[in-house]
Design a protein around this ligand. Structure first.
Ligand code: PLP
Length: 418
């Protein structure tokens, strides 16, 4: 083994980043004060904090304003946000819903929980995100809706997708669980489709404590259905005297979680600005490396970098992607080395058609007239996952962290260069 290889942390050498980079530090005194004020009030008045109260109302109004107008409802996770958003589109059970291939299970399972059939479209070439051509290839007479995920904060090609959807009379749900404040052509993602779902779990751009989600729409009719489906069919938006109008579950966010969200939302633009600045510093550094490419994105896209998607190029190296990234990780760089974990259609639940009971419902229900029950080939998604990895980027990191990350990649590249 030569000296360069011996010096790698993976081989027992001293890592570039000793003790790891600093944690995210995205929660501050503002969130603490907001929650403490609710405790103070509860102790003083004897009334416990609840839900559907002033904090949730403020969060929803603020969020709708952030989106440039419309309606928002806070729910208790990104998964339930997708579930409620899809339900609010009022498509009939056993319809086919086309969905992005690279997503969280929470971005795909709600289709089945709505008694509909998930049909997985491939990614656009070179991307985790699906595109209009890949969606079009999956449209049948049973298709009623499309769920488009903007993965890693990278906008999907919404103008082309909306044009296609219009042509075929399809509803579009934007899954913005990873893409808060990302823009395409200057327009926020989540404002292109008929409805949008956001996750506000603790790792997202802005959060409502441990878990949470927001459903957004510009359509008031859809909004009232969202409210009803998110809370046991309560007759929101209906005439006085109406009773619970539809069966559903309780997906409410608590007001205490909303109070955290109000403060976090104020920080969102700043967080995203910092993430873009960090990504730009890293991008400039990666230009000098042969092993790492910054993949092309849509020309007018402004990602919000949940992670920074990067492509490994092993042409000049004597190792493969896994070995290379293991070595970079050992130098103290955090990342998701293989995003193959984010293909829910390759998981047991999907392959074994396991949702309700043991008979494969809803895929096997006689009411389902199509044949799109599995075996979805997604070669572009496979390629993107094989080639790419997701580098952790935090809004609290700056020049120092970017420098250390680049140094770690450089060190490993030098050691493995043929
Ligand atoms: C694309 C996508 N959709 C849905 C979800 C589900 O969100 P949650 O974890 O808040 O339920 C996630 C979670 O990361 C996601 O990345």
């Amino acid at each position: 083994m030569d000296d360069l290889k011996k010096n790698l942390a993976v081989n027992g050498g001293k890592p570039v980043i000793q003790g790891g980079l600093k944690n995210r530090h995205n929660i501050g005194i503002e969130e603490k004060n907001a929650v403490m004020a609710m405790f103070d009030n509860a102790i003083e008045t004897g009334r416990a904090p609840g839900y559907n109260g002033p904090e949730e109302e403020t969060l929803c109004l603020d969020f709708a304003k952030f989106m440039g107008g419309g309606f928002a409802d806070a729910v208790n996770s990104g998964t339930t946000a997708v579930y409620v958003a899809l339900r609010a589109l009022d498509i009939e059970p056993f319809s086919e819903v086309i969905v992005s291939p690279v997503t969280d299970p929470g971005g795909m399972m709600p289709i089945v929980m709505n008694n509909c059939i998930p049909v997985v479209a491939d990614s656009a070439p070179g991307s985790y995100n699906t595109g209009a051509a890949q969606i079009e290839a999956r449209i049948t007479e049973n298709t009623r809706a499309v769920i488009v995920s903007h993965i890693m904060g990278e906008p999907a090609d919404m103008p082309s997708i909306m044009k296609l959807a219009e042509k075929h009379g399809l509803k579009v749900l934007e899954d913005c669980a990873q893409s808060h404040a990302a823009r395409l052509g200057g327009k926020l993602v989540g404002t292109f489709g008929h409805v949008a779902a956001f996750s506000t779990m603790f790792g997202k751009h802005f959060n409502t404590g441990g878990q949470g989600g927001i459903v957004f729409t510009k359509d008031e009719g859809v909004y009232w259905r969202i409210r009803q489906y998110a809370d046991r069919g309560k007759p929101f938006g209906m005439e006085a005297g109406a009773t619970n109008c539809v069966a559903s579950l309780n997906f409410n966010l608590s007001d205490m979680a909303a109070a955290i969200g109000i403060e976090q939302l104020k920080k969102l633009n700043g967080f995203v600005k910092s993430r873009r600045k960090l990504a730009s510093m890293l991008e400039k550094g990666f230009v000098n490396l042969k092993s790492i490419e910054v993949p092309g994105i849509l020309p007018d896209a402004e990602p919000s970098y949940w992670f920074m998607r990067l492509r490994f190029n092993g042409d000049s190296l004597a190792c493969g992607k896994a070995e290379f990234l293991d070595a970079v990780e050992a130098e103290g760089v955090n990342m998701i080395k293989d995003y193959g974990i984010a293909r829910p259609y390759l998981m047991d639940w999907f392959i074994n058609k396991k949702a309700f009971g043991t008979g494969g419902f809803p895929w096997t229900a006689p009411q389902y007239k199509g044949g799109h029950t599995g075996g979805f080939e997604c070669p572009n998604a496979d390629r993107a996952i094989a080639d790419c990895f997701n580098l952790t980027v935090y809004e609290s990191w700056g020049e120092e962290e970017a420098g250390l990350i680049l140094q770690a990649f450089e060190k490993v590249e030098q050691a493995y260069t043929k």
